[in-house]
Design a protein around this ligand. Structure first.
Ligand code: PLP
Length: 391
């Protein structure tokens, strides 16, 4: 099997698995309990918090463990919107945010908040000037993701954050895809809130974290006990948090080298696919892109067909389309970048991880042109284009 869907999720690293195991059976104490059995659980949570804080340039008091990246985004967006509703009810985000942010904002819209959805250019970039122009007296929050999960475009969050600072507006950035891929030093960045997810970095599923800059007013997300400094109640997922901490330790050790190696494989995929397959469009920014994401629209076929054929070859990849209630919807990201529906339907995302090898990439490059040729032979879109003399 060749796994090229690391932007969706990653395999738990063996070291991470080993770090989690003791907390399932031997050291199963509740971190809030007072006896010795519980101390190691409490220590594991503290250690993981310190490690993540150190890695992203935050203070441990600014890191709150959550159930996933989605929860981290929900908390920051809704928590900040509600906490500042007396000042204003206007929020600015981009059209290409992850659904965790988009749908949180849609919920707020139903509660009377007004959301401005900024349109990116055709590479997926948001111009900081757009944020400046959209901001108003009653704007309380801006949320622009750091790296896009579908097309990999990296946003100029330093400049966007600086504009927010000037105007006294809170700035949240979804950093789920950039953790471990791009250096983050939140102490130096004009970012007030950020979101992380362990399963994107070889940690377990079901654990994430919210970064809340000290002093930022955000309504608590879960009511209950005093866990997470009294702001996100619920007995901690010690097993998951211990695994998250170990995953961060591994990133500290070799995340940078891995990212460089992965970026070289990404570049090879992009160059060779563009050269070997006609009518392929690279989606996202040509240079300002995440090291692990190569994304394309392969014209005149449907992405799902490619995915099925790749799966038959033992290759796991994904497309931007989401299969909802039986109908295939084109990706909101690709539509926002200006691709028409039929082109957006031919999307293919190959996302790399540290275990991918050059041989695997060669194998993908060997089979993909044939798959595309065969699918086009039976594609009505291809026949239509031929008839119209487009090819
Ligand atoms: N934000 C981005 C950019 C993502 O790519 C994802 C995961 O796909 C999430 C948020 C949600 O993370 P989780 O799967 O931990 O809920």
């Amino acid at each position: 099997m060749i796994y090229l869907d690391h932007a969706a999720t990653t395999k738990v690293a063996p070291e991470v698995f080993a770090a989690m195991k003791p907390f399932l059976q031997e050291q199963y104490g509740n971190p809030s309990s007072w006896y010795k059995l519980a101390h190691s659980a409490a220590d594991a949570v503290t250690e993981a918090r310190e490690r993540l804080a150190e890695y992203v340039g935050a203070s441990p008091r600014e890191i709150y463990f959550t159930g996933c990246g989605t929860e981290a985004d929900n908390w920051a967006i809704k928590g900040a919107a509600w906490a500042h509703a007396d000042k204003g009810r206007h929020i600015i985000i981009s059209q290409i945010e992850h659904h965790a942010v988009l749908h949180s904002c849609q919920t707020l819209e139903r509660e009377g908040f007004e959301i401005t959805y900024l349109a990116p250019d055709n590479t997926g970039l948001i111009d900081p000037e757009q944020v400046a122009e959209a901001s108003r007296e009653d704007t309380t929050l801006v949320s622009i993701m750091h790296g896009n999960n579908e097309v990999g475009t990296i946003q100029p969050i330093e400049q966007i954050g600086a504009i927010c600072r000037e105007r006294g507006v809170l700035f949240h950035s979804d950093t789920v895809q950039t953790l471990g891929k791009l250096p983050l030093n939140l102490a130096e960045m004009p970012v007030d809130m950020a979101a992380f997810s362990a399963h994107k970095v070889h940690g377990p599923k079901g654990v994430g974290a919210t970064y809340l800059r000290r002093g930022v007013k955000v309504r608590n997300f879960m009511d209950g006990g005093a866990q997470e400094f009294g702001r996100r109640a619920g007995t901690e997922n010690v097993v998951g948090i211990a695994g998250f901490g170990k995953a961060i330790e591994l990133l500290q050790r070799h995340g940078e080298q891995d990212s460089q190696r992965i970026a070289a494989l990404r570049d090879k995929l992009i160059a060779d696919i563009s050269e070997r397959i006609p009518h392929v469009l690279l989606t996202g920014h040509p240079t300002q892109r995440l090291p692990h994401i190569a994304s394309f629209c392969i014209r005149y076929i449907e992405g799902e067909g490619i995915l099925l054929a790749l799966d038959d070859e033992g290759i796991c990849a994904s497309s931007g389309s989401a299969c909802t209630s039986g109908s295939l919807e084109a990706s909101h990201v690709l539509l926002a970048l200006g691709y028409p529906h039929d082109v957006a339907h031919g999307s293919l995302r190959l996302s790399l991880g540290p275990e991918n090898t050059e041989e695997e990439i060669d194998r993908v490059l060997a089979v993909l042109p044939g798959i595309v040729r065969r699918l086009r032979e039976i594609s009505p879109l291809w026949a239509d284009a031929k008839r119209k003399g487009e090819l």
